[in-house]
Design a binder for this molecule. Structure first.
Ligand code: SAH
Length: 396
């Protein structure tokens, strides 16, 4: 018998729509003393079984649902079923886009709350973000070994959100070999080195893949400024798309070194590429003041808003850099701009770009919309899974 959670009357509605979270305020009583991450059964106020999930006593999201099927136990076989299901979509995408690196499990969106797994060649990299995910580590590793016997498994749970769950940050090998400093992956014909142990997140920003590929059609023969380039990303695709010059900017020296390595690994002409270690905010002002001009500016900043009270400041930040970007665009140039802050919805982001255009004294025509890559789906029951949006703007 698993421990029972009884909800406040009326609070079963979101579970009936298969949304995977139970908030602390929705709980009437907890029968027993479930441990951190323990599997619990959730009942409505009138005693109907609703779902089975993981208990997280320190988080406002008190239960994250594993299953809405009463017959389904949370064991190795459960994780094998979920992984195999997620794998179907990824196999399709891997064949379509020539991928040897992709997000295998996108947490709630693949019905595995708190679990992110990226596959880079033969390395699986796990981020366990919640108490439930952490408690299921052994089942998860066993399931991954069953589904991917050829793969090594590495954990990158060095993320601050674990604190809210009462968990420490951990990293290390879970199975097989220690990853080398550079694991090579390929996407859309572009080779990319991934630093699994030391890179950002699990090593690479897989979520921008589709937007990188969409950028190729805007750059032929153009002078491109790639802001927040990380390990090359959009800049590599710009070279693939025959840009005449690509200036890549980031504050991280190791990322820039890898960006240079990646450009070489793809056999691109290094005379066309520059790698600049600078603060984008400062550099854009310098360019504006010096009268530098570009045909295409790519603006892919890190997340500016981590919580609701940071949203206003984030809006100012987005407006500022997009205004500066438009000021250094030639008339008829293209702005490719993105926001990965989930709290900023696409309409608000569009308004910010509109304000930035006004302040820059320019007109922006929205010509294309972007979203997170297809291996980062969002589930119909979990709209929060949509976080990454972007626009191509023709700037007059
Ligand atoms: N476009 C990349 C991902 C960008 S991630 C891709 O396609 O892979 C955001 C990057 O912004 C990180 O590499 C981080 O080092 C860099 N960064 C953060 N703040 C910065 C700043 N003020 N100036 C320049 N780079 C910055």
């Amino acid at each position: 018998m698993t421990t029972a959670i009884h909800l406040v009357k009326g609070r079963e509605k979101s579970l009936r729509r298969q949304h995977p979270w139970v908030f602390s305020g929705g709980i009437q009583k907890v029968k027993g003393k479930p441990a951190l991450g323990e599997t619990v059964d959730v009942f409505s106020a009138d005693g109907q079984w609703l779902a089975r999930g993981a208990y997280s006593p320190n988080s406002q999201i008190r239960v994250r649902i594993w299953t809405f099927n009463q017959d389904e136990a949370i064991d190795e076989a459960f994780f094998i079923r979920r992984i195999e299901q997620a794998r179907q979509l990824r196999n399709m995408l891997a064949a379509r886009d020539g991928l040897t690196g992709y997000r295998l499990i996108a947490a709630e969106s693949d019905l595995l709350p708190g679990i992110t797994i990226d596959k880079y060649d033969n390395f699986l990299v796990c981020q366990l973000l919640s108490a439930g995910a952490d408690a299921q580590r052994d089942n998860l590793v066993a399931a991954l070994r069953h589904c991917f016997p050829e793969c090594s498994i590495y954990e990158r749970s060095d993320v601050s959100v674990r604190k809210k769950e009462g968990l420490k940050q951990v990293t290390g090998v879970l199975h097989g070999e220690e990853p080398p400093a550079r694991v090579m992956i390929e996407e859309n014909g572009v080779k990319i080195a991934v630093d699994i142990t030391g890179g950002h997140k699990t090593g690479f920003y897989l979520d921008q893949r589709d937007s990188r590929e969409a950028a190729v059609k805007y750059v032929d023969g153009k002078r491109v400024l790639n802001c927040f380039c990380y390990t090359g990303g959009f800049g590599l695709y710009a070279l693939k798309g025959n840009a005449s010059e690509v200036i890549n900017v980031d504050v991280s020296e190791p990322a820039l070194e890898t960006a240079r390595f990646n450009a070489e690994a793809n056999g691109f002409d290094l005379n066309k590429a520059q790698f600049v270690n600078a603060d984008v905010f400062q550099l854009l002002r310098d360019y504006r003041d010096r009268g530098e001009q570009f045909d295409v500016v790519i603006m892919d900043p890190p997340k500016f808003a981590e919580s609701k009270n940071q949203l206003q400041g984030a809006c100012r930040g987005y407006k500022d850099i997009n205004m500066l970007a438009m000021q250094i665009l030639k008339p008829g140039g293209t702005l490719l701009t993105y926001s990965c802050s989930g709290l900023m919805d696409a309409n608000l982001f569009q308004k910010i770009i509109a304000d930035a255009a006004l302040d820059a004294g320019r007109r922006a025509q929205f010509i294309e919309r972007f979203s997170q890559a297809a291996d980062h789906p969002f589930d119909s029951a979990y709209p929060e899974g949509f976080y990454l949006k972007g626009f191509a703007c023709h700037v007059i």
